[in-house]
Write a protein that binds this ligand. Structure first.
Ligand SMILES: Cc1cc2nc3c(=O)[nH]c(=O)nc-3n(C[C@H](O)[C@H](O)[C@H](O)COP(=O)(O)O)c2cc1C
Length: 183
């Protein structure tokens, strides 16, 4: 099974990207997590171009389509979803009826240096993904003071991350297309 990890941060030393790497250490057997690394390449959304989407957008859509589930780790900027992440999802959302996030199991987590862990951004992101038709898990993992907690992840943090990953893998296993039967 292949999970696509998407970090909403472009920062080289992003705590949210680090959180995805921590999740990659907590995967059950048989599950791989690939971290998407081209968010900065996505241009501003232009509805006139949806039928002729840039290659970077097509690559993102293909990566989502070929995954069994998404693990999105988002920062919170001024109480909401980072603009570049929302912009990428606007591209992904069109055409709406067959966008690759539709019916895709998704867990949203996030890390923040604040005391609240970016919970508003995670809730808003879940709303956006729900509008795309994703199967958004009822998981909350706002990691507060993440600069401290992710510097040396303790067993409690590891088990919180593992629980989110397990919930995603369970949902992805339930909804995965059955392997084609050979006769
Ligand atoms: C423009 C900006 C706005 C921010 N607004 C919030 C906020 O509303 N809530 C919050 O918890 N943290 C906020 N932060 C702090 C981020 O949580 C912190 O910078 C975090 O490390 C960003 O994630 P990253 O390390 O993955 O880049 C903000 C940071 C920036 C740069």
């Amino acid at each position: 099974m292949r999970i696509l990890g998407i970090s909403g941060s472009l920062r080289a030393d992003s705590l949210n990207t680090r959180l995805l790497r921590l999740a990659a250490e907590e995967l059950p057997d048989g599950v791989e997590l690939e971290v998407y690394g081209e968010l900065a390449e996505i241009p501003p959304f232009d509805h006139d171009l949806v039928d002729l989407a840039p290659d970077s957008v097509e690559r993102l859509k293909d990566a989502i389509a070929s995954s069994d589930g998404l693990l999105v780790a988002t920062p919170e900027y001024n109480g909401s979803v980072p603009g570049q992440l929302k912009n990428a999802l606007d591209w992904v959302s069109r055409p709406l009826a067959d966008n690759p996030a539709r019916a895709k199991p998704v867990a949203v987590i996030g890390a923040s240096t604040s005391s609240f862990g970016g919970v508003w951004a995670q809730r808003e992101l879940k709303k956006v993904l729900g509008i795309l038709g994703a199967r958004v898990l009822d998981v909350e993992l706002p990691i507060a003071k993440a600069d401290v907690r992710l510097a040396d992840p303790d067993p409690e943090l590891r088990s919180e991350v593992a629980a989110a990953v397990d919930a995603l893998v369970d949902e992805a296993s339930r909804t995965r297309e059955p392997a084609s039967l050979s006769i």
